[in-house]
Write a protein that binds this ligand. Structure first.
Ligand code: SF4
Length: 482
């Protein structure tokens, strides 16, 4: 547990997230004064001096201060406050966070903005490394991703939209999961009703999107392949009737290998799905058990080869680094296995301890990787991605990520997941159906974003489907976008 005290400013979020970078996964509590035991950080900004003070057991043990001119803008104030905490805790812990002062943002988006303002690539790198203390290799990663994303985003047309279809069921709940995902065993008897309700929402969107162009379709979850073969066929058939799936990116996040059968792979292929995910997370048998997955490493290999045999030419594999109990060498052996399978995309996540997850509840029972170990894991993953001929093309970071690192999507050139970039960069409207799905409209003229939410619970979604459709009738711009 770490306490912090603010004096002369109210930048609570910036203070907490900066402390979190150095001391991840603790409890952070704002207080009015220093507590007599444990660590406290005082962050103050008064009379031209910004400072951060570290107290241990009620006594001041270290301090870092900087002078500033009164009348700073908000952005500069935030940077200054973070800088003082950063220097204080860097001296205390000996850690040098790779992303410097950047917390919870999309570094590539910052670079895209700078490039659009006419800055050179060198200017962008200098801005990140000098002003935000980002390490050079991370700044370069952000630049590579920004350029890859730009290529995709530049080809967006005003009437292009993405369509997301959510299947919120999973065979079991993974240790780290915070998504809308319901155990299939409990909801088995309601899946057909769920599909019926969702089909009505889809029919409404088909009508609405008549003058728009569906650029990509993404069936995600949950685990879409937790549907039975018949249910999956009904869903794919419905999509085929309502939307033109030819020549677009059509993804099914097949996800967990224990739900994927040869027949489901065949159905996806037959209905034009041209991008699937088979997500091992790790190729370490013990970790798979620890995180609550029911499949074995052998299941992953089997399903992957079956998919290839049936002609799936764009397969993504999701991995998570920093899973409880894993060391860098476990990541190396996972990457060796992935190298042998040779997928087309690899999405490398670092573990985030989310509030709604079992991991958060059972936090004290697990050993998580240190920031140092995670950095090694990330560089092992990057090294293998390069060996596989892949390049990073999208990236995002989340709060509560162990070590404040990043999630990176790597792929062979030309195999980029367009939906991933669209959802991340928020430059395109995403129409979404299903429980817990949120539709996001982006006005291409102004970049203004509006959201329309669906209820999360399956029961409510089925019972209130008319209301979900009504919300879209009211919230979606009439006649699309000019
Ligand atoms: S497969 Fe994904 S959505 Fe399902 S429980 Fe695991 S993390 Fe959650």
């Amino acid at each position: 547990m770490i306490h912090y005290i603010l004096q002369g400013h109210e930048l609570q979020n910036d203070v907490q997230t900066m402390i979190q970078v150095f001391y991840p996964n603790l409890h952070y509590i704002r207080m009015d004064e220093v507590v007599p035991s444990g660590l406290s950080v005082i962050s103050s900004m008064e009379k031209g001096i910004a400072s951060a003070v570290l107290c241990r057991d009620g006594k001041k043990v270290n301090r870092f201060s900087m002078e500033y001119q009164e009348g700073l803008g908000e952005k500069e104030e935030k940077r200054l406050i973070k800088r003082t905490i950063y220097e204080l805790l860097k001296a205390e812990t000996g850690l040098r966070p790779q992303w410097g002062l950047l917390t919870g943002v999309r570094p590539a988006k910052i670079i895209s903005g700078l490039l659009m303002e006419g800055n050179s690539e060198d200017d962008c790198l200098e801005y990140l490394t000098k002003d935000y203390l980002v390490m050079e290799h991370k700044a370069k990663l952000a630049l590579t991703v920004a350029k890859a994303e730009e290529k995709i985003l530049n080809s967006n047309k005003p009437k292009d939209i993405s369509l997301y279809i959510g299947i919120p069921f999973c065979p079991t709940r993974c240790l780290y999961c915070s998504f809308t995902a319901y155990p299939l065993a409990q909801y088995k008897n309601r899946v057909d009703e769920y599909l019926e309700a969702m089909f009505r929402e889809l029919e409404f969107l088909e009508e609405y999107a008549k003058d728009l162009h569906v650029q990509n379709i993404y069936i995600g979850g949950g685990t879409p392949t937790s549907l039975t073969e018949q249910q999956l066929q009904r869903l794919l058939q419905k999509v085929a009737i309502l939307f033109d799936t030819k020549d677009i990116e059509y993804t099914v996040e097949a996800g967990r290998p224990d739900t994927i059968t040869k027949e489901k792979l065949r159905l996806m292929k037959d209905y034009g799905v041209n991008r699937i995910s088979i997500n091992p997370q790790t190729m370490n048998e013990d970790t798979l058990k620890r995180i609550g997955r029911q499949h074995s490493v052998e299941d992953i290999r089997r399903v992957f080869y079956e998919a290839r045999e049936l002609g799936h030419e764009n397969i993504n594999m999701d991995l998570i680094l920093g899973l409880p109990g894993e060391e860098p060498e476990d990541v190396r052996s996972t990457m060796e296995e992935i190298l042998a399978l040779a997928p087309d995309n690899v999405t490398v996540h670092t573990l985030a301890v989310k509030r709604a997850s079992r991991l958060k509840e059972e936090f004290d029972q697990h050993t998580l990787a240190t920031a140092e170990a995670l950095e090694k894991m990330l560089s092992i993953a990057a090294e293998y991605a390069e060996k596989m001929g892949m390049e990073p093309y999208y990236m995002y970071r989340q709060k509560n990520m162990v070590g404040n690192f990043e999630n990176v999507g790597y792929c062979h050139p030309g195999k980029e997941g367009i939906y991933n970039v669209q959802i991340m960069e928020e430059k395109q409207t995403v129409l979404a159906v299903g429980a817990g799905a949120s539709t996001k409209t982006v006005d291409p003229q102004t970049d203004r974003i509006e959201r329309i939410f669906n209820v999360k619970s399956v029961e409510d979604y089925i019972a209130r489907i008319d209301e979900m459709i009504e919300r879209k009738k009211v919230g979606l711009p009439k006649g699309g976008w000019k």
